[in-house]
Design a protein around this ligand. Structure first.
Ligand code: FAD
Length: 373
């Protein structure tokens, strides 16, 4: 089976590795592999902490993916000899004022109604967990099973794993999907080269709707949602674990890594394909982070970056066969692409190689939209 994958972000990379492991002949097309949002992302694995009303199906997919992470990473690290910075030591959610606490209470009730069991902590208890938190922090929730990973280690490790299993990497842009007899038959590159394929996976993140050659409506409109992220550096441990905060209704998160990096994020802006970092974005992040952990202003500044989350019309991933036979879509992962990489790779591999749609993926197939590209 000859597979061509358009896009070597975390979704395309993980799927290339998994399909190659099952013996497929795989070509991965990307002018700039292991880049995109996959390297800006904070890497939180937080299906429970980020639970949102109306997204119960996404919760189930997220829980399934979180459960797969330890074995996924163990296999990846063994194959490549690279570390990915997986942490499974829980995520703390804290409330800055009384209104923020009321919101967290609501969230806890919703989590409990779905059988999830976060631990409720008083202000004193959250400060016991994280002594750097501001004295006024009202309370919080601890989700012991949520965690994080370092996407800047994960994406190159996935690329190394894919190449180790014989995936061919073509560092060019895919211009169009080739269509023959009303079915996808390969990919045309920007230099005119044609790569024939039995099946094509479109995993080009927020650029997925821009690929040529497709009948109108084949790909739902995937839009870029900008996120700015700040990276700081600490010499001594600053926070023990990933901490998400609500500060006067605005959310901010801080993700510590074992090497001293502290990621502070993230803005959420509908600005098209704009990846400029702005004074306002940076100010917003620092303002909220400083309210929560005042000592943050002492840390060394390392970097500020902006990336584009691929958002589908309902903000849920698009996983499954398109209306065009032999073209499978793996896009629209929005704010959860790192979390969802293991499960997405597994379901996309089944769709590409067996032509079946696993139960878990059914709520996310492209036919749920009245598609308009
Ligand atoms: P991308 O990573 O965007 O990769 C798409 C790839 O397609 C790129 O490499 C690009 O070069 C390539 N491409 C584009 N056009 C073409 C073409 N024509 N031909 C060939 N290749 C092409 N997720 C989490 O789970 N947890 C988090 O904590 C988290 N934090 C985030 C914070 C920020 C600020 C942002 C921006 C995102 C965050 N995300 C998080 C979301 C996550 O990063 C994305 O959902 C994920 O990276 C999407 O992966 P992808 O492979 O679909 O797309």
């Amino acid at each position: 089976m000859e597979i061509v994958i358009i896009g070597a972000g975390v979704i395309g990379l993980a799927t290339a590795w998994r399909t190659a492991a099952r013996g497929a002949s795989v070509t991965l097309v990307d002018p700039d592999p292991a880049s995109g949002a996959s390297t800006v992302a904070a890497g939180m694995l937080t299906p429970v902490s980020e639970l949102t009303y109306g997204e119960e199906a996404l919760l189930r997919l997220g829980l399934a993916s979180r459960a797969r992470y330890p074995s996924f990473v163990a296999e990846l690290e063994e194959l490549t000899g690279r570390e990915t910075g997986l942490r499974t030591d829980g995520v703390l959610q804290v409330a800055f004022d009384a209104d923020d606490l009321a919101y967290l209470d609501d969230l806890r009730r919703f989590q409990e109604s779905l059988g999830l069991a976060p631990e409720t902590l008083t202000g004193r208890e959250v400060r016991g967990q994280e002594p750097m938190l501001a004295p006024g922090v009202r309370g919080g929730l601890l989700v012991p099973e949520d965690g994080s990973i370092d996407p800047r280690r994960l994406a190159p490790a996935l690329l190394a794993a894919a190449e180790k299993l014989g995936v061919r990497l073509v560092r060019r842009r895919a211009d169009a999907v080739l269509v023959e007899r009303d079915a996808a038959a390969g990919v045309r590159l920007d230099d005119g080269t044609r790569l024939p394929a039995d099946r094509v996976l479109l995993a080009a993140g927020p650029w997925s709707s821009d690929i040529g050659g497709l009948p109108p409506g084949t790909v739902p409109a995937v839009r870029p949602v900008k996120g700015q992220v700040l990276r700081l550096r600490t010499r001594t441990p600053f926070l023990r674990r990933c901490t998400r905060g609500l500060v006067k209704g605005s959310s901010v998160y801080l993700v510590p890594r074992a090497d001293g990096e502290l990621v502070v994020g993230a803005t959420q802006e509908e600005m098209g394909f704009d990846t400029r970092v702005t004074a306002g974005g940076l100010w917003e992040l620092l303002r909220d982070a400083r309210e929560l952990v005042p000592g943050i202003t002492e840390l060394e500044f390392a970097e500020v970056t902006a990336g584009l989350r691929p958002g589908s019309p309902d903000n849920a991933p698009v996983l499954g066969p398109s209306a065009l036979p032999n073209l499978v879509l793996g896009t629209g992962h929005f704010r959860n692409g790192i979390l969802l990489a293991p499960v997405s790779a597994d379901v996309l591999t089944e769709m590409l190689l067996d032509g079946t749609v696993p139960e878990q993926a059914r709520p996310f197939t492209p036919d749920r939209f009245e598609v308009t590209a």
